[in-house]
Design a protein around this ligand. Structure first.
Ligand SMILES: [Ca+2]
Length: 355
């Protein structure tokens, strides 16, 4: 009798724990933020120096400040946005490869790729003001108004003290719960960080507190411009004082002012309630391969949990019926056995109690 009850408890526990475990798994996946798919609409375009291998870009009081890369070709420059004319420029030495650029007060801070050095420049006259050193590679840099945020090509951003470049904290960047690496040129925007993804035609918005990617913006249409196609990848994000986005890329002849708008839902007809998820996942799959795999699991994830629940319910009903039947049978057998034991073999009952 006790064995039957014990077995019944074990079976029921395993079924319920399995069911609950599956439910937790289902909930954890949807609770991960699915990025909203966005795209760009061109408002205006400006000329951009095709000799500029753009690695850092920011906007300040009507001018663009740009860091260009390449050994022997790196520079810091000031560009008049409306005319595209380079109004000031300073060349880096041939051993330095310019990267991300941020403005802190009246100081421009320019990363270098593998020199472990951030160059400090006076905004007003580009006079060198010294440098900071750091470990690892330098990719992107922006200023959120309080701290600098830096990328190094991985999925981790470092938040740094603008006064000494020391690391205050790290931001692990994830999209749909998975690490997202190759973060490149950055643009701080209050509690968000916009980031180019190296080698991608998309850029993303990151919640700088959680590291979650909540928007993926497909900028591929910019590359369809015949004057831009065939040049380098998208790699320059700046935001004007009025919140307009300025985008360009490595050696692009144009810089675009754009609006960000939601990507229209695909007209699949039978998509039903899964339309949002499918649309977002398709966009995510375009942005990198790892999220593409994630996107597929999300699509199938919308159907399999329902089947699993039905199978679990049927199994529970079957097992419950079996347990009740077995218990009733055991009670009947046990009653017969007790009568037999009490009458003929009292010692046997004692041995069972010892176990
Ligand atoms: Ca930027």
């Amino acid at each position: 009798m006790r064995r039957a009850l014990f077995a019944a408890i074990i079976v029921l526990s395993s079924i319920f724990s399995g069911s609950l475990g599956a439910r937790e798994g289902e909930n954890s996946s949807p609770s991960d933020p699915h990025p909203v798919a966005m795209q760009v609409e061109i408002i205006a375009n400006y000329s951009h120096d095709t000799g500029a291998f753009t690695q850092g870009l920011l906007y300040h009081q009507g001018y663009l400040y740009e860091s260009t890369g390449g050994y022997g070709n790196s520079s810091l420059r000031e560009v008049n946005l409306s005319t595209g004319v380079i109004t000031r420029s300073v060349a880096l030495n041939d051993a330095q490869f310019g990267e991300g650029l941020a403005l802190s007060g009246s100081t421009l801070i320019q990363l270098t790729w593998k020199n472990n050095t951030a160059l400090l420049w006076n905004l007003s006259d580009f006079a060198p003001l010294g440098n900071y050193s750091y470990d690892g590679e330098g990719w992107g840099l922006c200023n959120d108004g309080q701290h600098l945020i830096m990328s190094n090509g991985t999925d981790v951003l470092t938040v740094r003290d603008p006064d000494n470049f020391s690391i205050i904290r790290e931001i692990q960047v994830t999209k749909g719960g998975l690490p997202l690496s190759s973060l490149n040129e950055l643009e701080c925007d209050e509690e968000y960080v916009w980031a180019n993804i190296w080698g991608s035609e998309s850029f993303i918005r990151i919640n700088s507190t959680t590291g979650d990617v909540d928007q993926v913006i497909d900028a591929g249409s910019l590359l369809e411009d015949e004057s831009v196609s065939g040049t380098g990848v998208l790699n320059g994000i700046a935001i004007t004082d009025s919140g307009e986005f300025l985008l360009t890329g490595k050696n692009w002849p144009k810089l675009f002012k754009v609006d960000l708008v939601p990507t229209p839902e695909p007209e699949t007809g039978d998509g039903g309630g899964g339309g949002n998820t499918t649309g977002n996942d398709n966009t995510s799959a375009d942005s990198n391969n790892s999220s593409g795999a994630n996107g597929q699991s999300n699509i199938t994830g919308g159907e399999t949990p329902i089947i699993n629940k039905i199978i679990s319910l049927i199994l529970m009903l079957l097992v419950g019926t079996m347990i009740i039947t077995a218990t009733v049978l055991m009670i009947r057998i046990n009653r017969g056995g007790q009568t037999h034991k009490v009458t003929h073999s009292p010692m046997r009952g004692g041995k069972e109690n010892e176990r």
